[in-house]
Design a protein around this ligand. Structure first.
Ligand SMILES: [Zn+2]
Length: 460
């Protein structure tokens, strides 16, 4: 599809049909990125006051949780620190009482199986969806990709949606997007993947860095040349982008930039790398705090990334703990944007699971398994050999009587019927000695990654 038509007709129409003000927000963001940081902070305070007022007055419980009067308002951005930190367990425990039912377009319920091994159900709204999309379009432009230009995704694809596949295909065609599954890469399928990319001719590629690096190594081993593709830039997100992955991906595509984005389903579009190599916060939509021992970390000091999403009016993600580690920075970026800068030090990471038919299934496949099963507080998938996997689950009273069977069926639907699935209920799952929690650990994938040249220099 002609990118001009997509940019000026189909994409705006698509957003309007979904009642999202994406293009209006996009125009605003294009302008405000050049504002001085101080002016952006004034906007943040104005938005924060509105957000806090909505949370205190439109949700049943936020005022009690926060321990402040319903008419309290922050006078400065520092006042945000008077509000409590929120995390997944608080949101799960009080979910329905934290919803603002009057939000424009209605609250949208979302189940995330979690790229952390901790499923979460939460609410967001059209406003946040539109801002996230607008912010994403803005960062694509930093790298020379205009809205409506062809983009291929390497991402999860829920098998439950098969009935809607045709509709989605038409939508993707009209909006110049191509979805390639992150669950089917293998030595056998790599020809097919590369053929699809050659036919589609994407301007950019977007997805999990581990899957894109895998695609690159499989293509190299099969003697397939990816430098002929018109891809100008690769956008990585949802997990840590390791230096060796960046190098493999860039080289395979002929030396193009490989760019890091940081965000999450519940946290939104938090920050993104600019051509000067700095991670800019989407300051218009998100306040980022880096917290160490209950105080703000100093520049260069590690702390937990805590976010406040200023444009989700459906549920207050105010001082929400992401579990990721970052560093604050008071650097100004040579690119001239006033958007604040941060560093993401440690984020989410996962292994692949290798199936008997040789597929490398990205760990996020288990997100699709667990998002449909209530009562799972945490899970971990362990693969010691190709024929079997072990799944540890921490559950509560909402876990259905046939929950174990549901998990087994859903896993088999994704990995194939020749896999032995052992499911164990445990009271807790401990992080590895480095303190990092891995929700998918596969010795098989580690060994094969090593053989394929994917593990070089990888942190553990
Ligand atoms: Zn910059």
């Amino acid at each position: 599809m002609n990118p001009y038509l997509v940019r000026h007709i189909f994409l705006p129409l698509h957003e309007r049909l979904l009642r999202r003000r994406t293009f209006r927000y996009y125009r605003d963001l294009e302008e405000s990125q050049w504002w001085a940081t101080q002016k952006l902070q004034e906007l943040q305070l104005e938005k924060l006051r509105r957000l806090v007022s909505l949370a205190l007055n439109k949700t049943a419980i936020y005022a009690d949780l926060a321990g402040v009067d319903r008419c309290w308002l922050p006078e400065s951005l520092e006042d945000l620190q008077r509000l409590p930190l929120l995390d997944k367990s608080i949101i799960s425990a009080h979910r329905e009482e934290l919803v603002n039912r009057d939000v424009r377009g209605g609250p949208i319920r979302y189940n995330t199986g979690g790229s952390t091994g901790q499923p979460l159900i939460f609410y967001f709204d059209k406003r946040r969806q539109a801002y996230d999309k607008a912010a994403r379009m803005r960062t694509h432009r930093w790298w020379g990709v205009e809205p409506g230009e062809k983009e291929a995704y390497i991402w999860g694809s829920p098998i439950e949606l098969r009935r809607q596949d045709r509709l989605k295909q038409i939508r993707d065609w009209l909006t110049n997007e191509l979805l390639l599954s992150a669950f089917d890469l293998s030595e056998q399928s790599i020809d097919w993947y590369v053929a699809r990319l050659r036919r589609f001719k994407p301007k950019c590629l977007f997805g999990y860095p581990s899957s894109i690096a895998l695609l690159c190594q499989l293509a190299r081993h099969a003697g397939l040349d990816l430098t002929e593709l018109p891809v100008k830039v690769i956008f990585c997100t949802a997990e840590v982008l390791y230096d060796h992955q960046r190098r493999i991906i860039s080289e395979t595509f002929g030396g193009i930039p490989v760019v890091n984005g940081y965000g999450s389903r519940e946290g939104g579009f938090i920050s993104h790398e600019c051509p000067e190599g700095r991670m800019h916060i989407t300051s218009e939509n998100v306040i980022v705090e880096i917290i160490k021992d209950n105080r703000p970390a100093k520049p260069g000091e590690d702390g937990e990334i805590v976010i406040t999403h200023l444009d989700n009016y459906a549920m207050p993600f105010i001082r929400y703990r992401t579990g990721d580690i970052g560093q604050p920075s008071n650097e100004t970026c040579p690119c001239g944007r006033g958007l604040e800068v941060m560093k993401v030090v440690k984020g989410r990471s996962t292994d692949f699971i290798i199936t008997a038919d040789g597929r490398w299934v990205h760990g996020s496949a288990f997100g699709y398994v667990f998002r449909n099963i209530p009562g799972v507080l945490q899970y971990q998938v362990i693969q010691e050999d190709v024929g079997s996997i072990r799944i540890l689950v921490v559950i509560d009273d909402d876990f259905p009587a046939n929950g174990v069977e549901q998990i087994r069926e859903s896993v088999i639907a994704r990995l194939g019927s020749d896999v032995q699935v052992d499911i164990e209920q445990v009271s807790k799952i401990t992080p590895d000695p480095s303190g990092k929690f891995r929700y998918v650990i596969s010795r098989v994938a580690r060994e094969r990654s090593m053989a394929l040249g994917l593990e070089e220099g990888k942190e553990t």
